[in-house]
Design a protein around this ligand. Structure first.
Ligand code: GLC
Length: 459
């Protein structure tokens, strides 16, 4: 008996402490207020990531400094050589907009430590290169002028700063390094000073460029010889950001995922989400970031480029699970988009021009709608429209299970041409079991759009 009581008490304690964990909060914003703050982003669904820095010169991945264990001295040649004479962010913004993207996130500083902005706290910045300009400022002005929202990626990691301690992902890491070996190489390095630098730079970014819509911190890797929230002082950093930019959206790489409000959205990278991601059992806003070809920075010899159709499928797939897509471009060292990126962006834009209503304002379809084979569903809860994306084009008919009694009208989205339909069993009295299935009758010829979309108006 005694034992049973204590077990029950234990279970109670466990339960309450679990609830407490999931309710840990830093701010006192309500769920509804957060939803409002994120409304534009949830609606827009599609943004451009831009990875640009000195690594565009070696042109073999933005981690080249790490992969080839390059020292600051050896890397200096890229700084000296940096001269993006064709940099024209207005052209970037136009391409992003034409592709149907609604926001953009630029690497203000990547792991290499080079700043594209005019920071007071370093000389390692674009103004001191042959570019002689604050490239972030020009980006912000150009994208805003096109009506796009602007965001900054800021690397928490810094492989150039003398106070950033050498750890397991640093270019000068020690293979199987003991604690004493690490202590030896880190003598004289002081993370406290680096933290000040980090706070100072983030304050500059949050103060000098007007309203910033997104800040994308990257990234934490806690554990042995790693770095996490204590190294960045993440809670205070986030408080500062929110104080300077109350409406800003923040990614989840500050190592604060045990706080309900330690992040706004999660960021699955380079993979297709099979279902809506959860944190502590709760569905959370999410955005997948993806490259065209496997590298974020310009990579001249990388040839595994995804096709326009594959990229569109990624976008549709994300929205069909309630998420966003941040699609990355790695401009060349001269400051232009790779011609392969331009081709893909144009292809996406061509599709978006006609089919974007199945993306903007859309989300996962309610459970009662089951996607027919080789299709993806999205749903606009405001307009009560269901969108069926035909990934492989069917022959003559498409059957949608159990929705016949909910349908008011059906058409192709790209040209508003009517699609005739009937209840599947209605012409065949012997078929009683499927009489609420919908049979859409499609033309034999696949419409002239990469992925045709059927728009169903629901009753
Ligand atoms: C990773 C990589 C980085 C890239 C980022 C984009 O964290 O370190 O190079 O910027 O993901 O999500």
């Amino acid at each position: 008996m005694k034992k049973r009581i204590s077990l029950a008490a234990l279970a109670f304690l466990l339960l309450t402490s679990l609830t407490a964990v999931s309710q840990k909060k830093i701010f006192n914003e309500s769920e509804e207020q957060k939803k409002q703050r994120m409304a534009w982003w949830t609606n827009d669904r599609f943004g451009m990531f831009i990875h640009w820095g000195l690594y565009a010169l070696p042109a073999r991945h933005e981690w080249v400094k790490n992969a080839e264990r390059i020292t600051n001295d050896q890397y200096q040649k890229y700084f000296d050589q940096f001269n993006p004479d064709l940099y024209d962010p207005k052209a970037w913004a136009k391409q992003a907009k034409a592709a149907g993207m609604k926001y953009a996130v630029l690497t203000s500083k990547h792991h290499e430590g080079f700043c594209l902005f005019d920071s007071k706290f370093t000389d390692y910045k674009s103004t001191n290169t042959q570019a002689k300009r604050d490239l972030v400022k020009e980006f912000v002005d150009a994208f805003r002028a096109e009506g796009l929202k602007v965001g900054f990626y800021y690397s928490l990691i810094d492989w150039h700063h003398p106070d950033f301690t050498i750890d397991r992902v640093h270019p000068q890491r020690i293979d199987n390094g003991s604690d004493t070996a690490y202590a030896r190489v880190n003598k004289g390095r002081d993370m406290k000073k680096y933290r000040e630098y980090l706070f100072n730079q983030v304050r500059e970014l949050m103060t000098n460029y007007g309203k910033i819509d997104i800040i994308w911190f990257d990234f934490s890797y806690p554990g042995k010889n790693g770095k996490g929230r204590d190294d960045w002082n993440s809670v205070e950093l986030l408080k500062m950001v929110r104080q300077l930019q109350p409406q800003i959206l923040v990614d989840n790489r500050l190592d604060l995922e045990d706080y309900d409000d330690g992040f706004d959205f999660v960021t699955p990278e380079q993979y297709k989400a099979d279902e809506w991601p959860t944190v502590n059992g709760k569905k959370v806003p999410w955005e997948t970031c993806q490259t065209f070809s496997g590298s974020w920075g310009y990579y001249r010899d990388e040839n595994t480029w995804k096709s326009t159709a594959q990229l569109l499928e990624l976008l549709i797939e994300s929205v069909s699970k309630g998420g966003n897509l941040l699609l990355n471009v790695g401009p060349t060292a001269r400051g232009v988009f790779d011609y392969r990126a331009t081709q893909r962006l144009e292809g996406i834009g061509e599709w978006m021009k006609y089919n974007s209503p199945s993306i903007y304002g859309c989300t996962q379809a309610p459970k009662e709608f089951v996607a027919p084979p080789n299709t993806l569903l999205t749903y606009n809860p405001e307009t009560k429209k269901l969108y069926i994306h035909l990934l492989s084009y069917p022959l003559n008919v498409l059957v949608v299970r159990d929705i016949a009694d909910k349908v008011k009208y059906a058409q192709f989205l790209h040209d508003n041409s009517e699609i005739k339909y009937r209840k599947q069993g209605s012409h065949d009295i012997s078929d009683k079991k499927n009489n609420n299935d919908l049979e859409l009758s499609l033309p034999v010829l696949k419409p002239n759009t990469e992925i045709p979309v059927i728009e169903i108006s629901l009753l």
